[in-house]
Structures are given as C-alpha cells and as structure tokens.
Design a protein around this ligand. Structure first.
Ligand code: AMP
Ligand code: MN
Ligand code: MN
Length: 335
C-alpha cells in the first residue's frame, strides 16, 4: 500500500486543527460562492466526518448546493442561509479570501470562536486562526482526505464520493499538469472506500446543458486570437436569451486555452449586477494567478479569476494589457 499519510511539514497545524475540533461542539462549515465540485465536495466530506464524530454541524453555502451538484450524497444538507446562532468553530473550505465566502462566511467569521481556513489556492489571504493551506494540493478535497487520515476518521462511502468529486472536477479528470502520482493513489483509495468514479465523471465533466451550446453559438463568432492570447465575451443578453442558470462558465475558458496557438485564455462575462466576471486559464509555463490577485481576485497559477466593476470595454482595457505582459514573461513548459 502506498504511503497516503499526512505531510510532515503541516504536523503542527494538523494538531492544532484536531484540538480545535475536539474542543468544539457546534461547528459551521462553509465554502465559496458560485460553488464548484471541489467546494461542495470538500464541504460535504468534512461535514460528514464531523457528524460521524458526534459534532453538531451546520453546513452552509449562500444559495445552497447548485442543482448540477445535487447528485452528491447528502448535498440536501447544505443550507442556503445561516440561522442567527453562535458557533464554537467555523471551518472554511476551498475559499481564498473573505469575499469568496459570501454572506454566510462573513456571519460565521463574526460569530465563531475560532476559524480553520483549509484551502489549496496559492493566493489565499490567510484569514482565520488555523491555516491548513497546501498550494500543492490539486483540490481542497485532497487536503480534507489528508486531514481525515490525520484525525483517524473513517472514510465512509458518502464521504469518499464527495471527496472524489472535488478531485475529479478540479483536475478536469486528472488532466491538469499539477496531477501527481499521489493524486491517483488518493483516487484509488477513495474508490476502494466506495466512490463511483465513472458515475461522478458522467455527472460532471461528461454532462453539459444544451443551453450551453446555444450560448456558445452566440459567443464563438466573437472569439479573437492575438499573439497567444485568446479571448471571448459573454454578454448578459446572450445569457438571458438562452436561459442558462449556471453562474460561471469554466467550460468555455478551459476549452479555449487548449487551442494549439493559445498560451492564455480569458472569458469576460457580464453579470446582472453590472460587473464583469473574468475567467483566466494558462498553458503550463505562464501565470494567471498573479494577474487575478492584482485585480482583487485569486486562484491558481493556471486557472484563476476575478470580478471587476465596469463595462465590458472598460474591463477589457484594464485586463488585456496585463495578460499580454504575462505572456511576455512566460515560456511554454511544453512545445
Ligand atoms: P473560474 O474561472 O470561475 O472557473 O475560476 C477559476 C479559479 O479562479 C478557481 O480556482 C477560483 O477559485 C478562482 N476564482 C475565480 N473567481 C475568483 C474571484 N472573484 N476571487 C478569487 N478567486 C477566484
Ligand atoms: Mn472551488
Ligand atoms: Mn478547489
């Protein structure tokens, strides 16, 4: 059996976090707004283990678990809003800054005695009291897996299901360059605990709403490729005319960066609130995390994002020069 035990360098933080949990009765677990598979998976994995340990657990994400992630067992336990109560401990998952944890997170920060910040974004702002931050982890669920092993918690089939969902969605099915041999070992271990890999793939990466095709039909004619920078914009009128509910469109920006002549991709999406969501992806050898962070957002070296107030034209004028600079500063890792 491969060594799947916790990394030694985090030993003091693991111990401090374990003690905080053991001293707590009521625990709030939260994750980021516009939740993805890793947000809901890490939340449900952690919540399930805490409930099995007899803790009084409240799991909240603003708006609840999105429809397309309700296939994950126990996703019906994720509340859409928080009740006015106090907590001994809050555990924040997969969330790099306090804007990302939304209304529920802001409430939790003010009404919890201690806060554990468990995350894998290199741009994490280190809010909270105890930091389980592992930028090398491909998903927050990888850190939850390590932490549960540290605690000696049993990984039930429901917990394994939730954790494998985060691993699959954040690695795009083990395709991103950060995927390690150990990622596959953890996946194997979760499958041995009962997580259904093929079913999770079918419910996530291999399932798209037809409305997305209608949206892409409107958006693709405006795609531009200049000097390795490929860009597209999604207008509010497009989103409204096709009736697409999903808040983000990681699908298009990830698809665009795979174009052979592209080095960085960007999708600008108008929101109903008059701001622009900017999604960024890079080929290995380039860095879009620094660009997103400088613009008030965050993410990973190869996948990041931010939200900027202003019109499409204004936001493009601000972002495109920074991306051209990121292209000039990088070198492709693979030719
Ligand atoms: P997306 O392009 O929305 O799929 O997001 C890609 C990555 O960027 C994810 O790791 C997100 O956590 C991160 N990200 C996206 N938007 C923001 C934001 N406004 N603030 C911080 N991180 C973000
Ligand atoms: Mn996430
Ligand atoms: Mn993640």
């Amino acid at each position: 059996m491969p060594d799947l035990t916790t990394k030694r360098s985090l030993e003091p933080q693991w111990r401090e976090a374990a003690a905080a949990i053991s001293d707590s009765r009521s625990i709030l677990v939260i994750s980021h707004i516009a939740p993805d598979g890793d947000a809901v998976g890490s939340l449900l994995g952690m919540a399930g283990a805490l409930r099995n340990a007899g803790k009084e657990v409240t799991a909240v994400i603003d708006g609840g678990a999105p429809k397309d992630l309700r296939f994950i067992p126990r996703s019906d336990t994720v509340l859409a809003a928080i009740a006015e109560v106090e907590f001994d401990l809050m555990i924040s998952l997969d969330s790099s800054d306090i804007e990302r944890i939304g209304v529920a997170g802001a409430y939790g920060l003010a009404h919890s005695k201690r806060v554990i910040n468990l995350d894998h974004h290199p741009t994490n702002t280190r809010y909270g009291d105890i930091h389980l931050i592992v930028p090398e982890a491909v998903a927050a669920t990888e850190i939850v897996f390590d932490f549960l092993n540290h605690l000696g918690s049993a990984i039930t089939s429901d917990i394994a299901y939730a954790l494998l969902t985060g691993l699959i969605t954040d690695t795009q099915g083990f395709r991103i360059s950060a995927t390690k041999g150990r990622t596959l070992e953890i996946a194997q271990s979760l499958m041995a605990c009962g997580a259904p890999l093929a079913l999770i793939m079918a419910q996530t990466l291999n399932r798209r709403p037809y409305e997305e095709i209608e949206l892409w039909k409107r958006v693709l004619p405006r795609v531009r490729l200049d000097n390795g920078l490929i860009s597209a914009d999604i207008r509010q009128a497009d989103v409204e005319s096709v009736g697409l509910q999903t808040p983000a469109d990681g699908g298009l920006v990830s698809h665009l960066v795979n174009v052979d002549r592209a080095l960085i991709s960007v999708v600008f999406k108008e929101t109903a609130e008059g701001s622009i969501e900017v999604s960024l992806r890079a080929k290995p050898g380039f860095n879009v995390a620094d660009v997103a962070f400088a613009l008030g957002g965050g993410g990973h070296t190869l996948a990041s994002g931010c939200t900027i107030a202003g019109s499409l034209a204004q936001v493009k004028d601000r972002v495109l020069p920074l991306l051209n600079q990121a292209i000039a500063e990088g070198t492709p890792a693979f030719e």
